[in-house]
Design a protein around this ligand. Structure first.
Ligand SMILES: *Cc1c(COP(=O)(O)O)cnc(C)c1O
Length: 376
């Protein structure tokens, strides 16, 4: 029996993407691979609306964060970290390991980062040279409006802005060049609808200038080394790339660059949320503006959230549980893949069954969700 995977990474991958991954291997030094690489770069530039290139290397999302930290941050560098959850904390921890001077700003988990919070932190620390942000905080299902945050920062003292986009890119707008981001990290297994294993780093011109003036203490994660091979006419990787994953990614990018993909994700998220609430659950993110189009976190006020999660798993429906302070008290359901009405009703129907006692579920939860779905 296949599990119905609803974890916020890895996310379900289409049959066509799996078939693309199964193609016979090719060598990674030669025209054919360069062609595949170039095709991916063109599609990524379209998705991110950038004219620069994206570094791709085998690692998970944490590896992409580590690459940003290794190239931009080091002993004595003053870094502001704004965190609203487990992944913001992780980026902070990686930065702190380099010996940076950390200025930590914490936002209550479940709440989004308001632009003035980041802007005030920058204004009160005009010597900070780096600001760390998370676009989509996967541990709580918070979506931060990075464009508004960056716009609120005083331009004269704007630090280099490094963004964790591991669970946002692909599923929601993320336009680093347009928004004024200097370093963006992401990975294959969430919004990019590809199996785990690929990490991505995009840098602005200002970002490339900054890293080329520093000596990176890591050989493998040195972005300047990567750049040399990436910016050739026939791009290559300095080290062996996971070629099969490149095939998968090249196909998956066609699925998500379809017009209307972002609004479809948003519509699925809102419809699912309406049904979840009508079933008597509470959404963790109260402010609708900060709800993620990719993952929804909720709990049951009865306190039986963990039992409900176990019950779902026994039905082969697999969302994730809570992390950090929400361990044992949260369900996180992802909707990065092509979730439409059949998938929404499967998720809600299973939740209804997992609730066990029909009296606890409002009878018209499906109709409420369908009304939102139909309203588009
Ligand atoms: C998943 C995730 C990560 C870590 O990615 P791995 O691929 O597990 O290393 C980092 N940040 C965010 C926001 C994530 O969702």
């Amino acid at each position: 029996m296949n599990k119905y995977l609803l974890t916020p990474g890895p996310v379900p991958v289409s049959c066509e993407t799996q078939l693309a991954e199964a193609r016979p291997l090719i060598g990674h030094r030669g025209k054919e691979f360069s062609g595949l690489f170039s095709s991916i770069e063109t599609k990524l530039s379209g998705l991110l609306k950038t004219d620069g290139k994206t570094v791709i290397f085998p690692a998970s999302g944490t590896g992409a964060l580590e690459a940003l930290a290794a190239n931009f941050i080091g002993p004595g560098v003053s870094v502001i970290s704004v965190s609203c959850g487990v992944f913001g904390d992780r980026f902070r921890e990686i930065a702190a390991l380099t010996g940076a001077d950390m200025i930590n700003v914490d936002v209550e988990p479940g709440e989004g980062v308001k632009p003035h919070v980041a802007a005030t932190a920058v204004a009160s620390n005009p010597n900070a040279s780096v600001l760390l942000l998370t676009q989509n905080e996967t541990s709580t299902g918070v979506f931060n409006h990075i464009d508004e945050i960056v716009a609120a920062i005083p331009q004269e003292i704007k630090p280099l802005i490094l963004v964790d986009g591991v669970s946002s890119v692909g599923a929601m707008p993320c336009f680093p060049q347009k928004w004024g981001i200097d370093g963006l990290a992401t990975a294959s297994q969430k919004g990019l609808l590809t199996p785990p294993g690929l990490a991505f780093v995009w840098l602005s011109e200002r970002g490339w200038n900054a890293v080329s003036k520093r000596k990176c203490p890591s050989y493998y994660f040195d972005l300047v080394r990567q750049k040399k091979d990436l910016f050739k006419d026939a791009p290559e990787n300095p080290y062996t790339p996971p070629v099969s994953l490149y095939y998968a990614l090249d196909h998956a990018l066609d699925e998500i660059t379809d017009k209307g993909w972002f609004s479809l994700r948003d519509r699925a998220a809102r419809s699912l949320a309406a049904g979840i609430e009508a079933l008597g659950f509470e959404l963790l993110v109260k402010d609708k503006r900060f709800r993620s189009p990719g993952v929804t976190a909720f709990f049951h006020p009865s306190g039986e959230t963990d039992a409900i999660l176990k019950s779902l798993k026994s039905m082969c429906v697999e969302p994730a549980g809570g992390q950090g302070k929400f361990k044992g008290n949260l369900i996180r359901m992802s909707h990065y893949h092509d979730v439409r009405w059949p998938e929404i009703s499967l998720a809600l129907g299973s939740l209804y069954a997992a609730l066990g006692d029909a009296r606890r579920g409002a009878g018209d939860f499906m109709r409420r969700a369908y009304e939102v779905w139909e309203a588009k």
